[in-house]
Design a protein around this ligand. Structure first.
Ligand SMILES: [Zn+2]
Length: 430
């Protein structure tokens, strides 16, 4: 039996997703259930519903809901917040258990491993784009900087992304910490920042580095007790902490308006993870220009936050092509001002003439070699054709001898060719 319609609504971070589903719930004749994956989000949504006077709704984390499945009636409407997480077993168990009108909301309708969501949702609606939200002042415009600190070209991939222990080895390095600090001081405006780290150890080291340099920083991760976590969040909100070094917490949902900078220290291939992290500083405030400082080259692996992406319910996410057909990067970083831009002869921000990256030089050499070998192949074919024609035109045994001498062939060639062309053989020649 075909279940109830399950629709995936795609809207960028900052499009007001919670207002969108509040409206739907308000118009639902019956009860709604909103599924979230973190306690913080449950509290945040409940607060919003109270403010809007919506009473026909229950908000629950999927962990709790899964353990109490038979205790509640089937809701008329099921809202799946952060629906890109819904392919995990516990989520899909709940969704198929209720089998009711379902709306999934997300900014990135793909799993973190790049897989599509077509096995759960049967329709997708793409809403407003990030570019449009920036234009309408619903999101802050951003500047994207990519001071390169680490080389990730040779890292292993598992389940669509890098291995945390490999990343930790790369990122927990004294030189890299010092580069990160310098870049942040230079590019962030020293404003409220969320740093996205690889692991707890990496986050602690990063926070330690900032604190030692005189910038109050703290670590927040999911292993902290709720009370401690709320305290740190409050300190960050109130400005007692300037830099929040986070491991997997603020990737989704939690909204802090005056964060002006995202410091990306966690290499990832996951578009979903990348966008959630990079865009966390883009909540609109008048006059704010968000600073995204990407120290790990994530912009080379994922579409930029305001890129137009065509999502699909059936196709996995594709990695953007890094190099164009002439061997140049599609997107490059200025070595002087670190801004990221579409390849141009000079940096459009500061006019710097940049040297080519070793990868570009290598690719361009390969393209050149391929071009040369194609030319050589054609020349060789032409030469062989010429030579076959010369042999074809031979009428006498002497003609063949002339070619044999000219080309340095063995004498046997003359006899074999004479027999083939039925030219009388001169017995006296040897
Ligand atoms: Zn520049």
């Amino acid at each position: 039996m075909k279940g109830r319609k399950k629709v995936l609504a795609v809207a960028p971070c900052g499009a007001g997703k919670s207002y969108l589903f509040s409206e739907m719930i308000k118009n639902t004749k019956g009860d709604a259930l909103v599924l979230v994956h973190r306690q913080e989000l449950k509290a945040q949504h409940e607060k919003l519903f109270r403010k809007l006077g919506i009473t026909n709704v229950r908000v629950e984390t999927y962990q709790t809901e899964r353990n109490h499945l038979e205790e509640n009636p089937t809701p008329r409407l099921l809202v799946v917040d952060e629906a890109h997480l819904s392919r995990s077993r516990s989520w899909s168990e709940i969704i198929s258990y209720y089998d009711t009108h379902t709306v999934g909301v997300t900014a990135t309708p793909i799993r973190l491993d790049g897989k599509p969501l077509g096995d759960i949702f049967d329709d997708m609606v793409q809403g407003i784009t990030t570019k449009e939200l920036i234009r309408r002042k619903c999101l802050a415009p951003y500047e994207y900087f990519a001071p390169t600190t680490v080389e990730t070209d040779n890292l292993k991939i598992q389940a669509g992304d890098f291995l945390i222990k490999d990343l930790e080895t790369i990122m927990c390095n004294r030189t890299i910490y010092s580069d990160v600090l310098k870049s942040w001081e230079k590019l962030s405006g020293r404003k409220k920042t969320i740093a996205y780290c690889v692991s707890v150890a990496h986050a602690q080291e990063t926070a330690g580095m900032f604190t030692a340099a005189g910038y109050p920083a703290a670590v927040i991760d999911s292993s902290l007790p709720d009370k401690k976590r709320s305290q740190i969040m409050q300190d960050f909100l109130d400005g007692r902490i300037l830099i929040l070094c986070n491991v997997g917490i603020i990737s989704e949902g939690v909204s802090i308006d005056d964060v002006e900078c995202c410091l990306l220290l966690r290499p990832t291939q996951s578009h979903a993870l990348y966008w959630q992290q990079a865009m966390r500083c883009m909540r609109y405030q008048p006059g704010k220009i968000a600073k995204i400082i990407d120290c790990v080259g994530n912009y080379t692996r994922n579409p930029l936050p305001d890129a137009d992406v065509e999502w699909s319910l059936t196709q996995s996410a594709r990695k953007p092509k890094r190099i164009d057909s002439s061997g140049n990067f599609f997107i490059r970083t200025c070595p002087k001002c670190y801004r990221v831009f579409k390849t141009a002869p000079v940096c459009p921000y500061c006019g710097e003439v940049y040297p080519l990256h070793p990868i570009e030089i290598k690719t361009q050499q390969e393209i050149e070699l391929a071009r040369i070998s194609e030319q050589e192949k054609q020349a060789l074919e032409e030469l062989n054709k010429q030579r076959r024609m010369e042999v074809g035109m031979c009428k006498t045994f002497e003609d063949l001898i002339a070619i044999q001498k000219d080309r340095g062939y063995a004498k046997g060639w003359v006899f074999a060719m004479a027999r083939l062309k039925k030219i009388p053989i001169r017995r006296d020649w040897s």
